[in-house]
Design a protein around this ligand. Structure first.
Ligand code: TXA
Ligand code: MG
Length: 340
């Protein structure tokens, strides 16, 4: 299949591209779209055949439910059975934005969106192009991240192209995404809301708005079965093994030296300060603060694929604010954890 690609510059909305992409979506085709977190692979959430094309293109297991994207709170209300007061509070405070609500569903979306669950994940993205597309489609859009299942999520249109061209009908390129990591998934079907996946909106931000928020124990304890089905799969795996290394700069350098002595070519990803103090075969600075680091992680994991590197070493980061999501994704991508 030929993949049509449109480019939209941040300073002007390309209405022609939006109309063409929306028409493909309305006709049951798959189109990759930018959001403020990562690129998503969209299809009409009310059309079962369209949704199954998403699973095919990504090679995604069918028991992993998709997020339905809508333009507004009003549109969200069409997809859910009830809206608990706590969800309404969080919707008013954080949407449009990088937060996905798990709520009782009402059967509007196709069965394969929810993978047979009685709940649905719904999100109102803030990206202006995602908003324009959703409004032009007049239908909810099911969209997982637009990567081959198990690979790092795409933060640029080129990432999507490399993974999926020829397998999807369209790609709307609106430049790099903003947050760089996926939305926070929050289960609002319980008395106290539960974070199933840390992401763009932090626990601290949520608690300021609605009091106590729990975190799915499975995120800390590998023996627990995660409640977000997607969290049980290996994720974001780079093509080169990646090890997380705890400790300071000297610690990291000691591991680099040890591996190089065994004739391995060593790549490093670390924050600016740490990166500046190291010597290795290739060093990528992720940025100077946690939001910058979040934005650069997936691109960096992909970048090492084309390098002649045997192992990637990555520094650990404090689990405050967006650091929770950063460490969650790094732990999923890592094949080993070294603390010495
Ligand atoms: O930022 C994002 O959320 C991006 C952009 C494209 O919106 N989307 C994304 O989708 O990350 P995906 O499919 O890669 O991840 C969705 C996660 C999975 O872990 C899935 O299991 C969980 O949300 N999920 C979806 N519906 C659920 C439900 N009803 N109950 C529990 N978890 C659910
Ligand atoms: Mg994903």
């Amino acid at each position: 299949m030929e993949t049509k690609r449109w480019t939209i510059h941040s300073d002007e909305m390309n209405n022609h591209a939006i109309e063409e992409a929306a028409e493909l979506l309305r006709n049951g085709q798959t189109v990759a779209i930018p959001t403020e977190t990562v690129y998503g692979l969209g299809a009409d959430a009310t059309n079962e055949a369209a949704v199954s094309r998403i699973f095919q293109a990504k090679g995604r297991p069918e028991d992993n439910p998709l997020i339905a994207h809508v333009a507004s709170k009003q549109q969200l209300l069409h997809l859910v059975d009830t809206l608990p007061p706590v969800a309404e509070k969080l919707i008013d405070a954080f949407t449009p934005g990088p937060l996905t609500f798990v709520l009782p569903e009402n059967g509007t979306c196709a069965r394969n969106v929810t993978a047979g669950l009685s709940t649905i994940g719904v999100r109102i993205p803030s990206h202006p192009v995602a908003q324009a597309l959703l409004k032009a489609c007049h239908t909810p859009i099911a969209a997982p991240s637009a990567n081959i299942s198990g690979k790092p999520s795409p933060t640029t249109a080129d990432h999507v192209w490399n993974d999926l061209h020829g397998k999807i009908a369209g790609l709307v390129d609106a430049g790099p995404t903003g947050v760089g990591l996926e939305s926070t998934v929050i289960d609002c079907t319980q008395e106290i809301p539960v974070i199933l996946r840390p992401g763009g909106i932090t626990r601290e931000q949520l608690e300021r708005e609605c009091g106590t928020v729990m975190v799915d124990p499975a995120l800390a304890n590998t023996a627990e079965k995660p409640k977000a089905p997607g969290m049980k799969y290996t994720h974001y795996a780079p093509d080169v093994p990646m090890w997380l290394v705890d400790g300071d700069c000297a610690n990291l350098q000691a591991v680099i030296d040890r591996e190089q002595q065994q004739a391995k070519r060593v790549g490093v990803m670390a924050g600016d300060n740490t990166a500046a103090g190291l010597k290795a075969d290739k060093i990528v600075s992720l940025g100077s603060d946690l939001p910058d680091i979040a934005r650069n992680i997936y691109d960096t994991l992909r970048l090492f694929k084309n390098e002649d590197i045997d192992v990637i070493l990555c520094e650990t980061f404090p689990e405050t604010s967006i650091g929770q999501a950063i460490m969650n994704r790094l732990q999923k991508a890592a094949t080993a954890y070294i603390s010495e």
